[in-house]
Design a protein around this ligand. Structure first.
Ligand code: ZN
Ligand code: ZN
Length: 422
């Protein structure tokens, strides 16, 4: 048993004393030990296990334990009212969206601007989600994007294993998770965010206890509301958000880039309000969408775009279609080359044909990229004059769209070529 775990167990035994309680202590201890994955990391294996963050460890363990016991017990003995289930769904949705649309896409990445009333709502329900203040959350998340997968600098590096990236990183004072607000100067200037950070603990307690209490009184169902809209809602919204740091870096495809571990996964997108398209997000983090295609399940992007109609959001940032296609095609070429390299050479005429087609496709890809860069430069140069002289640059814009059409046809051809190589 590692030194730190022994120490923790001894402390638990001496503190709690009674055998019946020790078994709970041992269970809790085992749970904590699962996060000690730094022992296996190449760079940190010689470090001692960092000290526990007791408040986090107890909060996660107690809420999970309470949900696992209280929900089935109360459900089987008393039964939950439809109002309690409705409050669970509404609060869980509001917490999730406040984190994805507010904490993540508004504050961490600045992908759009929001009216103060919307920001206030994000703050109320984001605080209720109990994932720390916007300052702490966004500072950690910006470090995650900047140093993604780095075991020493990414606070929830997926290279340290599922458990660490899911929850373990919050259970101990790891050096990689040390707060450094130097990367959030823009947020620190916002008085609403400074207020939330300063009074985070009382605000978190007030929202988590107060809101379920209010609906409990309104619907004459205090216990049902406390268990579903309070405890189960908190555990659910914690873990679905945590999946974005863990599973979304392990399970799924990488259509845009293999430079990092982030994955696109439509199943995860369904439970994470659209955040499952994480491969796209890591390469184009300034885009307010994660599921960039219109049919991809991303309720967060629909919320942000929908609220624009009411003037609550504005200046939504979108990645140009060309850049998205270029990333997709670059990955297609890399994969096709890898597959061809694995195929035995031996002058097989079919393989030779495919090789020649690939070379030809790559040439036309490079030509399209060069054309786009040239037209774009021309377009930017003339943009200023066009604004001043009030004329349209329809001609240059249609040239850019034509290049995008060329790339989208090429994407289709490359998918067929990949199918032949498979
Ligand atoms: Zn990520
Ligand atoms: Zn992000």
């Amino acid at each position: 048993m590692p030194q730190g775990a022994q120490h923790t167990q001894k402390r638990l035994k001496s503190h709690l004393g009674r055998p019946a309680v020790i078994s709970y202590g041992a269970l809790f201890n085992t749970w904590l030990r699962m996060s000690d994955t730094t022992r296996n990391s190449d760079t940190t294996r010689n470090e001692q296990t960092p000290p526990l963050v007791w408040t986090n460890a107890l909060m996660f363990a107690l809420t999970l334990g309470a949900a696992a016991i209280l929900v089935p017990w109360y459900g089987l003995t008393r039964g939950f009212s439809p109002a309690a289930w409705a409050a669970f769904v509404l609060f869980a949705g509001a917490n999730g969206m406040a984190i994805t649309a507010g904490y993540h896409r508004l504050w961490a990445h600045r992908t759009y601007e929001a009216h103060w009333s919307l920001r206030l709502l994000y703050l109320v329900f984001g605080t209720m989600a109990l994932q720390n203040s916007v300052f702490a959350w966004c500072s950690g998340h910006r470090a995650h994007h900047l140093h993604v997968d780095d075991v020493d600098r990414d606070p929830y590096s997926a290279r340290r294993g599922f458990w660490f990236s899911h929850i373990g990183w919050m259970l101990r004072h790891y050096p990689s998770g040390r707060p450094d607000f130097c990367n959030i100067p823009d947020l620190r200037r916002d008085p609403m965010l400074a207020f939330q950070h300063r009074y985070y603990v009382p605000l978190a307690l007030a929202t988590n206890i107060g809101l379920p209490l209010i609906v409990g009184i309104l619907f004459h169902d205090l216990w049902g509301m406390f268990i579903l809209a309070g405890v189960l809602r908190l555990v659910w919204s914690h873990h679905v958000t945590f999946f974005i740091n863990s599973l979304a870096h392990m399970w799924g495809s990488r259509p845009y880039t293999e430079d990092n571990s982030a994955r696109d996964n439509p199943v995860l997108a369904v439970i994470t309000y659209g955040e499952g398209y994480h491969n796209f997000h890591h390469i184009f983090a300034h885009d307010y969408r994660n599921g960039v295609r219109w049919w991809q399940w991303d309720p967060t992007k629909w919320l942000i775009a929908g609220l624009q109609l009411f003037g609550l959001t504005r200046r939504l940032k979108r990645t140009p279609v060309f850049q998205i296609q270029r990333a997709l095609l670059a990955m297609q070429f890399t994969r096709a080359r890898e597959r061809l390299a694995k195929t035995p050479n031996a002058g097989h005429s079919h393989i030779e044909q495919l090789r020649a087609r690939l070379a030809h496709e790559y040439e036309s890809f490079l030509a399209a990229v060069a054309d786009w860069a040239r037209v774009k430069e021309q377009w930017l140069g003339e943009k200023k004059r066009a604004v001043l002289e009030q004329w349209d640059q329809v001609d240059l814009q249609s040239k850019l769209r034509e290049i995008e059409r060329r790339l989208s046809l090429q994407l289709r051809r490359m998918r067929m070529l990949q199918a032949q190589l498979a």
